[in-house]
Design a protein around this ligand. Structure first.
Ligand code: FE2
Ligand code: FE2
Length: 309
């Protein structure tokens, strides 16, 4: 197994990284007012709602984990960390607004909020490196889920423009900054042996995966309980919708496993075309809102140019 320190191999792989932009995005106020806003499907909606409910505290934790490293890492990583913080702060703000919509729609998201607060407080007295390690693993999760949302239009099919725009915007930025926490972690652990780094990040990924899977599944089950669906039926349907055909969980299994390659880096997988397609979808929504009809807009790319799954 080749465990050459990643930092020694990294520069050759870096040029494919895109610039990280802080877009001045504000979600349309109508986002998430409808209770089952994903195709009127309570199970598909529960997945997105369970994520949104924990984003504000989760992303604040990630900001606080990266903030101590701003002045410790060299440029251009320092600027990327600053851009990462600006992006996550905007996501947190917009999901607070979306979560108000969920509450207006009749959901009690306090039980989900308690779970994410417990996760964050678990790390309260941890070292900067431990918090950074957890964040680096969570960022891999958010990036592979975001890439799957951008890649597979089925997930946001039948969703109103306001919600589709919010989730596409968030997905684009998650993919855009997917390497930042990993690069900071590489820098922070540059003096460790290759074996120690591999063992450490593998352990953290397994721990974070267990916590993420259990807590996000329970979060969906709780929201479905509030929809009047029983525990076992919810559990069955949540697992089927996540890991059945076209399920997000099923489709991210391979990218998730790629993290365990000894020389893994998030930008081993070049997502720049995916980002461009996400930006184009966002531009179409903005243009249509501004009153331009489909005839005024360039035709979408033929299928042969779309990103392969
Ligand atoms: Fe985010
Ligand atoms: Fe992120």
């Amino acid at each position: 197994m080749d465990l050459q320190p990643i930092s020694a191999a990294r520069p050759a792989a870096l040029p494919i990284k895109p610039d990280i932009f802080s877009r001045s995005f504000r979600a349309a106020p109508s986002a998430s007012r409808e209770r089952h806003w994903v195709r009127q499907d309570p199970f598909a909606t529960a997945f997105f709602n369970a994520l949104s409910a924990v984003f504000p505290h989760g992303e604040t934790f990630m900001i606080r984990s990266l903030a101590p490293w701003v002045d410790r890492v060299p440029e251009p990583l320092k600027s990327e960390v600053q851009a990462f913080i600006a992006q996550e702060a905007a996501h947190s703000r917009e999901h607070v607004a979306m979560n108000k919509g969920l509450i207006d729609a009749g959901y009690d998201i306090a039980p989900l909020d308690r779970k994410i607060r417990a996760f964050v407080s678990f790390f309260q007295d941890a070292s900067d490196t431990v918090k950074l390690s957890a964040t680096m693993c969570i960022e891999h999760f958010t990036a592979i889920i975001a890439a799957e949302i951008l890649k597979n239009p089925h997930h946001l099919e039948g969703v109103d423009d306001a919600n589709r725009e919010l989730w596409l915007w968030h997905a684009v930025e998650e993919v855009e900054h997917k390497g930042v926490a990993f690069d900071v972690w590489n820098y922070a652990t540059r003096d460790w042996s290759a074996l120690r780094r591999y063992a450490w990040r593998s352990f953290f990924m397994l721990a974070v995966t267990t916590s993420f899977f259990i807590n996000r599944t329970l979060g969906q089950i709780e929201l479905l309980r509030q929809d009047g669906v029983g525990f076992w039926k919810s559990a069955r349907c949540v697992l089927r919708s996540g890991f059945g055909k076209n399920g997000i969980g099923r489709n991210v299994l391979r990218p998730w496993a790629s993290f365990f390659r000894p020389r893994f880096h998030p930008w081993d997988h070049d997502d720049r075309l995916l980002l461009a397609q996400g930006e184009a979808s966002l531009a179409r929504i903005s243009a249509e809102r501004a009153g331009y009809g489909a005839r005024d807009l360039p035709a979408p790319l033929p299928a042969k140019y779309s990103v392969a799954a």
